[in-house]
Structures are given as C-alpha cells and as structure tokens.
Design a protein around this ligand. Structure first.
Ligand code: HEM
Length: 463
C-alpha cells in the first residue's frame, strides 16, 4: 500500500477484474469525503455485499434522507454523557474478565481483545445480565460471520447465491445472529420495563433523556426509563426513539442497527488494543510512563469512569496504534457521475478507495512513519500534523458514529489490563495482515501480575 503514494494522488488499480481509484493525497481525499461528497456516494461492491446480510443499518444504508434520519436517531446513543453512564459497569466487566487470567499462562491476545471488546460492548449496549448463552453464542458466531462476509465480498455476486455449503452455512449463522439480537432486544425491553421511573432526574447534558416514546414498535413498554441504571444499556435510546414523521424503528430496523453496531465495534477496537499491547511489550519506556500515569491517577485503587479524562499519555499511545495499524485500511465510495479528480478522469459508477493506513504513513506528514512514537501526539508537536491525514475514523457525513464509544472502551480495557498485568510476547513478532482490519497474524502473550504503586511508594522508590 505504501508504494501507491509515489504513483500519484489518484492511482488506478484492479480489484479482480474491476478498476478502482485509490486517493492518496489528503487534499484529494478531503474532496471525496467532505467538500464534493455528492459526487462520491457511500457504496461499492463491498457495501453491496454487506447489505445483503446486514440490511439497512447505518453503515450500509445509502446516502440520503434515510441515512440522515438514522444518524439523527442514533447520535444520542453515542453522546459522551450517555456513554459515561455505562462507564463503571464496563470497567467492572473488564476487571472481572481480566482478573480471571492465570499468571504465566500464554494467551492469544488478539482473540482475548476481540472477546473482551465484544462482551464489554454487549454490556454497554444491552445492559447487564444478558443470559450467558446469548453472550457465548455471540462470541462463537462473530468470527465465523466476519470470515464468511469477507468471502461474500470477494466472490462474484452470482457465486454467493449458489446453494453451496459455505453460502448456506453463512446464511444460517447470520439468521442465528439475528435471532440472538432479538433475544438481547427482548431482554433489554424487559429490563427497562422493570426499572423504576427515573424521568425525574436524568443525567445532565444527555440528549438521550430528552423526551422519547413510551410505546415500542414491536410491543413491550419502555415506560419512561432512561437506560441510566447499572442494568440499562445504550440501545434504550433506539428502543424509545420516535421520529415525528415515520414513528419508532421497526423490529427489522432495530435488528439491522444492532448487527451493524456489533460488526463495526468489535474487530476495529479489538485489533487496536492487540497492537497497542504488543507495542507496549516491546517499549519499556512507554510501559513505564503508562504505569506512572495510571499510578498517579488511581494509586492502588481500581480505575473509575471519571479517571478516563486524566490519562492523556495513554490516549496518545492508543492514537499512535491507530495511526500505525489502520485499523480500517480500505474504505470505498462510488462516483454518482463522471468526475475529474486532480486531473484524473473517473467514470460514473466507479469505486473510489481511501485508505486511512496509506494517509497515516505519509512521510510528508508523519516524521519517521514506521516508528511507534506516541509523543508525536503531544499537543505542541501534533500542531504540525495535517488533520486530514488522520483518518482512522473517516471524515465527513459518514464519519464513525462510534468514535467516542471506541475511545471510552479502548481506555477502559487498556487501563484495566495495564494496571493489573504486564504482558510479555511469547510468539514471534506479529506481522500485519490486512483483512477486515490490519490485524496481527499471531500474537501470543503471557501475563505476569503487577502491583500498582501509590504516590507515597513512588516517592520512596524512584525508578
Ligand atoms: C477503533 C475503533 C474504530 C475504528 C477505527 C472505526 C472506523 C470507522 C471508519 C473509518 C468509518 C467510516 C467509514 C466510511 O468512511 O464510510 C466508520 C463508520 C462507522 N462506525 Fe466505526 N470505527 C471504530 C469503532 C466503532 C464503534 C465502537 C462503533 C459502534 C459503537 C462503530 C460504528 C460505526 C458505524 C455505525 C459507522 C457508519 C457511520 C455512517 O455511515 O454514518 N465504529 N468507523
């Protein structure tokens, strides 16, 4: 991918038999994503293939009024104050899961991070107390569904419709996933209905609490519950959403949104965490500074939601992992008409591709782009980085809606793991594999316990 930049600002490549145009210059990519967005619609063969199984969720819905409506309905779910209401429950969940690791026993860290981000996301989305079998089935289905979906996007459309065993198996898994999502939605509705009325004192500044219907589209009363209790979840916003023109979301629409959120949220965040832990394991100075920051903020008590805003160095370490490893490395648009982009004619209906990975390795923007250097995000140094060259979450009207949630989850998981464990690499150094995300090919790490130091102890024993 790195070599594309040297071939020009717009590079024509072949994906199978089809031509696609990769934009490599940040100014040109900004035209595609932000300033000339009407000529570059969300779409392309990958999105078409995803839509077959995931329906019209936010990520696959075509540009236009329906997308804007869904985006408006979903925005309150990912409002910072609303996410914060789930923070301590997420922390408790991550602590319980990582406390169960055994000292000195090697673990597959990539798998761990994906499992952890999935289970934490479920707790955040649908509330606590999801029946154990639902979570376990989600856990075992998701990797196979992701693999099956990639297969569907690579093969020609007609092959994916043949009655082949692999196609049938993928359809069965997606149907099972939808059934599980239904169970999670019903579970959440039941929890909300059982909650005491909290409408008298909603969290300040959280639009998720403004109004909301008491009727649900597919039956079940939500009362005036807000999903604010430790048992409630972020999805309550959608369950109670009521568009003045089209009414509440149907069961099918709720399913489509849940499946979209699950697929958007897990591997991206899990991959980022896996790479971050790998980089920490091979950079003693970075690890020492993380420990120092955490111990200063928390001492020897467990992490709390309100600590997350006091961990700027940890944020820089995570941002650097996102810069270096993608994780979304290839995203497509489709031209709605013939366009000329920086002197390159592109026909109507062609795939235009942007790659956060390519932009984030641009040596004109990032000094020594192959070096893992969290300090490049230190505020003074970061001023020289062109913001259009950090595209981990995309840009413009299709920018990641889950960015704030991703930051919360990333900080919670990393802080909890680093506070409790030191991880040592026990496999060969991983190689990046670009599939859905840029993931490590193999990442085995062994945990050793770590005891946090209080401020007094640090003063007594300076490192
Ligand atoms: C490190 C974590 C994440 C990364 C790197 C990431 C990356 C991205 C990118 C690049 C896009 C834009 C795609 C485009 O331009 O077409 C996107 C869209 C999206 N992301 Fe994320 N994402 C992350 C986490 C999440 C999470 C946690 C959620 C859900 C809670 C989520 C849900 C979505 C959705 C629904 C969209 C579609 C938005 C729309 O089309 O309006 N993502 N993400």
């Amino acid at each position: 991918m790195d070599s594309l930049r040297s071939q020009g600002s717009v590079v024509k490549i072949l994906i199978g038999p089809t031509a696609a145009y990769v934009v490599t210059d940040p100014a040109v990519t900004r035209r595609v994503l932000v300033t000339e967005v009407d000529a570059f619609a969300k779409g392309g063969k990958i999105i078409d293939a995803l839509r077959v199984f995931f329906g019209d969720g936010l990520a696959t819905i075509a540009d236009g009024d329906l997308h804007l409506k869904h985006r408006r309905l979903m925005q309150p779910m990912f409002n910072k104050a609303h996410i914060a209401t789930r923070g301590d429950v997420m922390i408790g969940h991550v602590r319980a899961a990582t406390d169960a690791w055994a000292e000195g026993v090697a673990r597959d860290t990539y798998e761990d991070m994906n499992d952890l981000t999935l289970s934490t996301f479920l707790v955040a989305l649908f509330g606590s107390g999801l029946p154990g079998h639902v979570e376990a089935e989600f856990q075992s289905l998701m990797p196979a569904i992701m693999r099956g979906t990639i297969r569907q996007t690579i093969l020609p459309g007609w092959v994916t419709k043949l009655p082949l065993p692999a196609n049938r198996a993928h359809e069965r898994r997606v149907a099972r996933l939808r059934a599980l999502i239904d169970q999670a939605i019903d579970h959440h509705r039941a929890q909300l209905a059982a909650e005491p009325d909290t409408s008298a004192g909603p969290a300040a500044g959280c639009p998720a609490h403004a109004g909301g219907s008491t009727d649900s589209p597919a039956g079940g009363s939500t009362g005036s519950s807000t999903g604010n209790s430790p048992e409630g979840g972020l999805f309550s916003t959608l369950l109670t959403a009521d568009d003045p023109e089209t009414g509440p979301l149907s069961r099918q629409q709720l399913q489509d949104e849940a499946i979209t959120l699950l697929t958007g949220a897990i591997e991206t965040t899990g991959t980022t965490l896996a790479w971050t832990l790998y980089e920490i394991s091979r950079n003693a100075e970075i690890e020492r500074r993380l420990h120092d920051e955490l111990d200063t903020v928390c001492g020897d008590r467990p992490l709390r939601q309100e600590d997350l805003s006091s961990l700027p160095y940890m944020r820089s370490v995570l941002k650097e992992a996102m810069r270096m490893y993608g994780p979304a490395w290839l995203v497509t648009r489709t031209t709605t008409r013939q366009v000329v982009l920086d002197g390159h004619p592109i026909p109507e209906g062609a795939d235009v591709v942007y790659s956060p990975y390519v932009h984030q390795h641009d040596p004109d923007v990032y000094a020594a782009p192959k070096a893992f250097d969290p300090d490049r995000w230190e505020p003074e140094r970061a001023k020289s980085i062109n913001r259009a060259s950090f595209l981990a979450f995309g840009d413009g009207r299709r920018k990641c809606i889950g960015e704030e949630f991703a930051w919360t989850e990333l900080l919670i998981v990393l802080a909890t793991v680093v506070q409790r464990w030191r991880l040592t690499l026990t496999s060969a150094p991983p190689r990046p594999q670009a599939i859905v995300t840029v993931k490590p090919d193999k990442l085995s790490m062994t945990p050793q316990p770590r005891v946090p130091r209080t401020t007094e102890e640090k003063a007594e024993q300076p490192v």
